[in-house]
Design a protein around this ligand. Structure first.
Ligand SMILES: [Zn+2]
Ligand SMILES: [Zn+2]
Length: 469
């Protein structure tokens, strides 16, 4: 099992999941997932799927140290760091400055989360500076800040009650958990998950020595950030000193986030964090496949599981009677299974609904498709035919229109609206087949037998016009 496997149903997509029971590879689209269910089930057998991994090809953390320390010098990331440092240096002094400092950190940390996420799914950090400055992770960041503020409050309280040294001790203890919390937060995006001590301990164990290194960098970063925070409140700081403090703090924070992103990538199998199945760019298309869910129907059809496909389609049609895709797939499925009686009823129902809702064009188009596929169907009422015909009055579809008309009786004794049908047919014969003879005999029939005065006059005029030509 490697990432080079492709999806059975989408040969251009690389596989993200494997069913050991069915021996089938699936891509992310083929496995509709509920947001809260990290373990998806096989679409075919409902047993749980194995996540495919690229872990074997990932170089370990220690071999990538240069990436973490040098990537912040990448032009666009550097621009972002300098922009935020400059803004930080320009902050007013005192309490207002400290509040502004925290507000400034929100977009900055959002950009850090963007970088973490990119690395965590093994992608390059190809951001533009403006993408970084307009990061979309702010809701995540605000949640993280709330947790962080509560932790600070706790440290203050403990320091106040038990003395400053206990406060420091607690601060260091909490700081130990911060990198792990950030990883958990990135994976679960839930405000309560990063404070779960069991998960934090599990991550620290998993990352091992890399975590100790990360913790040392965190201590250093904590020192610089708190120095910078104090400095904001003080008046008369030389510009260069503040600028330098900001740059160093922001640089170190970036290094930490990059290391976390990489560790998440390296250990994604152990952490049950999917790389192929989780692609932030694909979230939009994922949503749309979830909504119509036709991917699963396609899989059933390809596997010859027609009953499952039928059940699912019937469910979809019941939920949304105007779901074109599901209705039409269901009809074609019945046609393929030769269930002619049921098919007849189903198409009549579908067409009646479309026409009732002024969507006769959809009905006309689908009727032409049925003809192309030689599906045996005849509308049960002339009302359906009369509603659909005007939309087939074109060079591409007139032949289907004639077939449709031929399925209707033009006998005044049998069909109440025979004259309307005959008039439509005669017009099509003249326009597309240049068959004036048959058209004129239809006009004559209308003149003789129709009780509808308007129709009768129209037929008379047309007959005169074409007889003269
Ligand atoms: Zn697929
Ligand atoms: Zn299976």
């Amino acid at each position: 099992m490697t990432s080079s496997e492709t999806c059975k149903y989408h040969p251009r997509e690389s596989a993200a999941w494997f069913c050991c029971h069915c021996r089938i590879h699936f891509c992310g689209h083929c496995v509709p997932r509920k947001t809260n269910a990290p373990h998806p089930n096989c679409t075919l057998c409902r047993r749980s799927l194995s996540r495919l991994s690229v872990a074997k090809d990932i170089p370990p953390f220690w071999n990538r140290l240069s990436l973490f320390f040098l990537a912040p010098f990448n032009k666009n990331i550097l621009i972002m760091l300098i922009v935020y440092s400059f803004l930080g240096t320009m902050l007013p002094i005192g309490v207002i400055g400290q509040v502004a400092f925290v507000i400034l950190l929100i977009p900055f940390v959002s950009a850090e989360f963007d970088m973490l996420e990119k690395l965590s799914i093994g992608q390059k950090l190809n951001f533009t500076a403006s993408q970084l400055i307009h990061s979309k992770q702010s809701s995540l960041t605000i949640k993280a800040f709330i947790v962080f503020a509560l932790a600070l409050l706790l440290v203050n309280k403990v320091g106040f009650i038990f003395g400053a040294s206990s406060g420091y001790f607690l601060a260091i203890l909490l700081l130990l958990g911060v990198p792990a919390s950030l990883v958990i937060f990135m994976m679960e995006k839930n405000i309560l998950s990063p404070i779960n001590p069991l998960k934090i301990v599990m991550l620290i164990k998993l990352f091992g020595k890399a975590y100790s290194f990360l913790f040392l960098i965190s201590l250093l970063t904590g020192f610089f950030v708190s120095k910078t925070y104090q400095l904001v409140a003080e008046p008369d700081n030389p510009f260069m000193v503040s600028m330098l403090l900001f740059v160093v703090s922001f640089y170190l924070v970036t290094v930490i986030f990059l290391m976390l992103g990489y560790l998440l990538y390296q250990y994604h199998v152990e952490l049950n964090y999917s790389i192929n199945a989780f692609d932030p760019k694909a979230t939009i298309s994922h949503k749309s496949t979830d909504e119509d869910g036709m991917e699963v129907v396609e899989i059933y059809l390809q596997e010859g599981r027609f009953d499952d496909a039928k059940t699912l389609l019937l469910k979809k049609v019941k939920l949304d009677p105007l779901n074109y895709k599901a209705n039409e797939k269901l009809i074609l499925l019945f046609a393929a299974l030769n269930k002619t009686d049921y098919l007849q009823k189903l198409v009549d129902q579908y067409f009646s609904l479309l026409i009732e809702l002024n969507k006769a064009k959809q009905a006309a188009d689908f009727y032409c498709q049925l003809l192309l596929r030689e599906v045996p169907y005849q509308p049960s009422s002339s009302a359906l035919v009369i509603a659909m015909l005007p939309f087939m009055n074109n060079l591409e579809q007139y032949k289907s229109a004639l077939t449709l008309l031929n399925s209707c009786s033009l006998d005044p004794a049998h069909e109440k609206r025979w004259d309307e049908l005959a008039l439509l047919k005669a017009k099509i014969l003249i326009e597309y087949e240049q068959d004036n003879t048959n058209a004129i005999s239809l006009f004559n029939l209308i003149e003789k037998r129709s009780l509808n005065q308007a129709l009768l006059e129209e037929a008379e005029n047309l007959a005169n016009l074409h007889q003269r030509l």
